[in-house]
Design a protein around this ligand. Structure first.
Ligand code: TYM
Length: 342
């Protein structure tokens, strides 16, 4: 039984938890820009409700929310063309998340590797929100009937769970109400690794600042971090196979390819046989060339917080217009009596 005719719609989100990294840029932000769409505006969200699943200082959270908004705009998200907003200001996310808490099974949530990584050994002391996090993420996507979700590799499992939740809801209520969203994981840098350990993801929460490039690092910091990045003593190979068992080398080659908009093999064709003492400065120049103008635009935008707040408010109003009929219909499907028909 089909109820909806799903138009292609893009949704993605980033947590405002400080230190946006090169991983966020290459795995997500930069790709969001290309997925903007005039007919069906893409929705890009600052997921402040997700951020508080671990403790956030209130002032720092507000600051990180504005900084992330500035980063979106500085990277090329046009707040008129796309819908840019903070999650907490569209209550339909939380409303649908509750319904999905009652659809998702505990066994499914127990398989989520991000919860295991984030909760670590101290699982009993993690917040209930951290555990329920994936149901809120499913709500973020499905409350807009979004069909395409650009993310880095680490979010694939959550988007797959979103599909499971959509399928179970549709099955339980005998309707084809929610679409099956696709994760869109593309490019040479879907998993940017730590500069200190090529087997660990580059992350904003790594205690070592040398492990990551932050979007706001200046040219000297970027050059220094790349110069000090862990590598092995061999020259770069000419073929991709030569990167097997060399995670640090592979990571730097992938970063170069993603920044240059080429393929890793093209990078090896150019640098095969060269030492890191040649490759690292070239990579640092490329990274600075990309990130410096973004950091510059971010600080210009941050100088006018009222304008950032205006962008967020306008985005939230536009997002709510799409989400409200969908949450109302979801309530109706589940048997809730609406106080008034929309
Ligand atoms: P978050 O805030 O951890 O990361 C934001 C985006 O950046 C990508 N990313 C990376 N990509 C490549 N290499 C890396 N080292 C790297 N680190 C981060 C992430 O894959 C992500 O695309 N749960 C999400 C936020 C979220 C969301 C959503 C995303 C909430 N609701 C709905 C999509 C749709 C998260 O924590 O991302």
């Amino acid at each position: 039984m089909s109820e909806a005719n799903f138009q292609p719609r893009v949704f993605s989100g980033i947590q405002p938890s400080g230190n946006l990294t090169l991983g966020n840029y290459l795995g997500a932000l930069r790709r969001f820009v290309d997925m903007q769409n005039d007919e069906n505006p893409a929705l890009y969200c600052i997921v402040d409700l997700h951020a508080i699943t671990v403790w956030q200082e209130p002032d720092a959270l507000a600051m990180a929310t504005r900084e992330l908004t500035a980063a979106y705009v500085a990277c090329g998200i046009d707040p008129e063309r796309s819908i840019l907003f903070n999650q907490s200001q569209v209550p339909a996310h939380s409303q649908l998340a509750w319904i999905f808490n009652c659809v998702a099974r505990i066994g499914w949530i127990n398989r989520m590797t991000q919860f295991k990584d984030k909760a670590g050994k101290n699982r009993e002391n993690a917040s209930l929100g951290l555990y329920a996090y994936p149901a809120l993420m499913a709500a973020d996507i499905l409350v807009y009937h979004a069909t395409h979700v650009p993310v880095g590799e680490d979010q694939k499992q959550h988007v797959e769970l979103t599909r499971d939740i959509a399928a179970k809801f549709n099955h339980d209520f005998g309707l084809d109400f929610f679409p099956m969203p696709e994760p869109v994981i593309e490019g040479a840098a879907t998993r940017v690794m730590s500069l200190r350990d090529g087997t660990k993801k580059m992350s904003k929460s790594d205690p070592s600042d040398m492990s990551r490039i932050n979007m706001t690092d200046d040219a000297d910091a970027i050059a220094q971090k790349i110069r000090k990045a862990r590598t092995d003593p061999e020259a770069l190979p000419s073929e991709l196979k030569g990167l097997d068992d060399r995670p640090e080398a592979r990571n730097l080659v992938n970063i170069y390819a993603a920044l240059a908009g080429t393929q890793p093999q093209d990078v090896l064709t150019e640098y095969g046989g060269q030492q890191f003492s040649t490759f690292k400065p070239a990579l640092a120049d490329l990274a600075v060339e990309h990130l410096s103008p973004i950091a510059g635009r971010m600080s210009e935008l941050m100088a006018d917080p009222a304008e950032i707040d205006r962008i967020l408010a306008q985005g939230a109003d536009r997002a709510a217009e799409i989400a409200e009929p969908i949450i109302d219909r979801t309530y109706e499907i589940t048997g809730m009596i609406l106080k008034r028909k929309s």
